[in-house]
Design a protein around this ligand. Structure first.
Ligand SMILES: *[C@@H]1O[C@H](CO)[C@@H](O)[C@H](O)[C@H]1NC(C)=O
Ligand SMILES: *[C@@H]1O[C@H](CO)[C@@H](O)[C@H](O)[C@H]1NC(C)=O
Length: 121
C-alpha cells in the first residue's frame, strides 16, 4: 500500500517535472566561451583582454542565473549598457574599470558608446 502510493507520487512528480525541464531555456551551451567573431568584435584579438571581458559577463550571469543577462552583457562586443551594469553589480574597483575600458577599446575596435566611468561627479 505504502509502496504503490510512493510510486504514484514519483510518477506524478516525473510527469510534472518533465514539461518544466523541457520548457526551460537550453543553457547547456552557455558555458561555452564566446567567440571573438560571434560577438562581431572589430578590434584586435588579445586573448588576455578578451577573456577578462568575457569573465565579467560570466560572473554577472553566475550572480543572476539569467540567460538574457549573459547575452545582453556581451551584446555588440561588450559595448552595451548591460556590461556597465554588470561592472556595477560586481563591484569592480575603479582602477580595474579603467583597465577594462582600455581592453574594451582594443578588442571592440570602435569608440565605446556608453559611459563606463565609475565616478559620477
Ligand atoms: C552547442 O552548440 C553547438 C553549435 O554551436 C552544437 O553543435 C551543439 O550540439 C550544442 N550542444 C548542445 C548540448 O546543445
Ligand atoms: C594582450 O594584453 C595584455 C594585457 O594588456 C598584454 O600584456 C599582452 O602583451 C597583450 N598580448 C598581445 C599579443 O598583444
Amino acid at each position: 500500500m505504502m509502496c504503490s502510493r510512493k510510486i504514484k507520487i514519483s510518477v506524478m512528480l516525473f510527469l510534472v517535472l518533465i514539461p518544466i525541464f523541457t520548457a526551460l531555456p537550453h543553457n547547456h551551451n552557455l558555458s561555452k566561451r564566446s567567440n571573438f567573431f560571434d560577438l562581431e568584435c572589430k578590434g584586435i584579438f588579445n586573448k588576455t583582454m578578451f577573456f577578462r571581458l568575457d569573465r565579467i559577463c560570466e560572473d554577472c550571469y553566475q550572480l543572476f542565473r539569467e540567460t538574457s543577462i549573459h547575452r545582453l552583457c556581451k551584446k555588440d562586443c561588450f559595448d552595451s549598457k548591460w556590461f556597465g551594469e554588470c561592472l556595477k553589480v560586481l563591484l569592480i574597483p575603479p582602477e580595474e574599470i579603467t583597465n577594462l575600458q582600455h581592453f574594451l577599446r582594443v578588442v571592440n575596435g570602435s569608440p565605446i558608446t556608453f559611459n563606463m566611468s565609475p565616478v559620477q561627479t
